[in-house]
Design a protein around this ligand. Structure first.
Ligand SMILES: COc1ccc(C(=O)/C=C\Nc2cc(OC)c(C(=O)O)cc2Cl)cc1
Length: 290
């Protein structure tokens, strides 16, 4: 006798939640199938309680720092991410389809268009991307980041895991750490992933220019795509910070990178944000254009 099995899956409105496809400090992303339109989506699942806990004890937000930048409370940051995502529309930025937010529930669901190829590369890897493939993906990511900067938004967590492949093009994902560049574009707070963080963005007290920090992260991301690893690493954030701030950029003997690519990486990974390559310079660079 086969007992009538209660469905082993979760159904949320028209979405049937399937296997996890992404995981991070933010929470989890599951594949979701919508019977309504016979289409798969990427469902990002967040816990409001977990986000509030990250806001400090008893959900008390840390004292608000003067000036722009995201509200300190991660839960408010998620609602801001949603508000920002809803107004964005660019072929190289992930598309938020809808938000399922039942005030009585702890879970918050962000429904995104599924980018079936997933992250452009998983690092570390022995099989990095060929320069020409990396160039196509880099151009897409560049257009997505340029669009964000045009909208006065700094992404602040650019890394390969947040460059997703769908319909043969790359889309920039995860605006969970983004900062509004209101005013002089000064941001603060040590957000993002340390190995991809700009030297000037380590010291939480100092203000830094969001756009220049994104260019640095994009440089580390390009380096990772073509070498399979990050340029500086460390067992602790402190050790990593020391290396990022003091160790010169170096390239592995294998794979051999073209001179033009090494020059571009040298310009993007300039430790001084004031002399670092700008978006315009990168768009006109010989490696990007030819
Ligand atoms: C192997 O096939 C795969 C196909 C798709 C995926 C995937 O989508 C993973 C993460 N997705 C996302 C993450 C986000 O933040 C962290 C955001 C955001 O908040 O903007 C949006 C999306 Cl879509 C993974 C593997």
């Amino acid at each position: 006798v086969s007992l009538a099995q209660a469905p082993g899956y979760v159904q949320l409105n028209q979405y049937r939640l399937l296997e996890p496809i992404g995981q991070g400090s933010y929470g989890i992303v599951k594949l979701a199938y919508s019977e309504e339109d016979d289409t798969h989506y990427a469902m990002k699942i967040l816990s409001k309680r977990k986000l509030m806990r990250r806001a400090g004890l008893f959900g008390r937000a840390p004292p608000r720092r003067p000036g722009p930048g995201p509200p300190p409370d991660p839960l408010q940051r998620v609602y801001r991410e949603i508000a920002v995502l809803k107004k964005l529309d660019h072929p190289n930025v992930v598309k938020l389809v809808e938000v399922l937010d039942d005030p009585a529930e702890d879970q918050l669901y962000l429904v995104f268009q599924l980018l079936e190829g997933g992250p452009v590369i998983e690092i570390p890897t022995e099989n990095p991307l060929d320069e020409n493939v990396a160039k196509k993906y880099f151009r897409d990511a560049l257009l997505g980041v340029e669009y964000l900067h045009y909208q006065r938004i700094a992404h602040r967590d650019i890394k390969p895991a947040n460059l997703l492949l769908g319909e043969g093009r790359v889309q920039v994902a995860d605006l969970g750490a983004c900062g509004e560049l209101a005013g002089a574009g000064k941001l603060s707070g040590g957000v993002g992933t340390p190995a991809f963080r700009a030297p000037e963005a380590f010291a939480p007290a100092d203000k830094y220019i969001g756009e220049a920090a994104d260019i640095w992260s994009l440089g580390v991301t390009l380096y990772a795509m073509v070498t399979g690893r990050v340029p500086w690493c460390g067992d602790s954030t402190i050790e990593l910070q020391k290396r990022v701030l003091t160790e010169p950029l170096s390239f592995p003997s294998k794979p051999t990178l073209s001179r033009q690519l090494r020059r571009l990486l040298g310009r993007m990974l300039d430790k001084n944000p004031n002399t670092r390559a700008t978006m315009q310079e990168i768009k006109e660079h010989e490696w990007v254009t030819d």
